[in-house]
Design a binder for this molecule. Structure first.
Ligand code: FES
Length: 110
C-alpha cells in the first residue's frame, strides 16, 4: 500500500516523522496516536466532540486540505491558540496528496 511521510513539529520544535498508509482510511489523528506523537490527546477518539486533536499548518499545506465541515468549524471555536490554518486532525484522511506534509501541534496540548 502507498505510504505518506508526515512530519509533526511540537510547539518547542521537537520533530517526529511517521509513515502512514495513504489509502484515505486512516485519519491524521489516528496515525499520530498509533505512532505515539506527543501533543495529540484525541480524547473523544475522533467523534468530533473534544478538539484535543487540534493541529495547525503552514498556509501552503492548509490550502491543499478539503474545506472543513460546519461541525469542525464550530469545534475549532473552542480551541486555545486557534489560527486561520487550524484543523481537527481526526477529520483529515491521509492520502498520497499529504506525502511530505508538516503538521504543528499546539502548546496547549502538552
Ligand atoms: Fe476529538 Fe478530534 S479526536 S475532535
Amino acid at each position: 500500500m502507498t505510504k505518506a511521510n508526515i512530519k509533526f513539529i511540537s510547539h518547542d520544535g521537537v520533530e517526529t516523522d511517521i509513515e502512514v498508509d495513504a489509502g484515505g482510511v486512516t485519519s491524521l489523528m489516528q496515525a499520530a496516536v498509533n505512532n505515539g506523537v506527543p501533543g495529540i490527546d484525541a480524547e473523544c477518539g475522533g467523534a468530533l466532540s473534544c478538539a484535543t486533536c487540534h493541529v495547525h499548518f503552514d498556509r501552503e499545506w492548509y490550502d491543499r486540505l478539503p474545506e472543513p465541515a460546519a461541525m469542525e468549524k464550530d469545534m475549532l471555536e473552542f480551541v486555545i491558540d486557534q489560527r486561520d490554518t487550524s484543523s481537527l486532525s481526526c477529520q483529515i484522511k491521509v492520502t498520497e496528496a499529504l506525502d511530505g506534509m508538516i503538521v504543528y501541534t499546539p502548546e496547549s496540548q502538552y
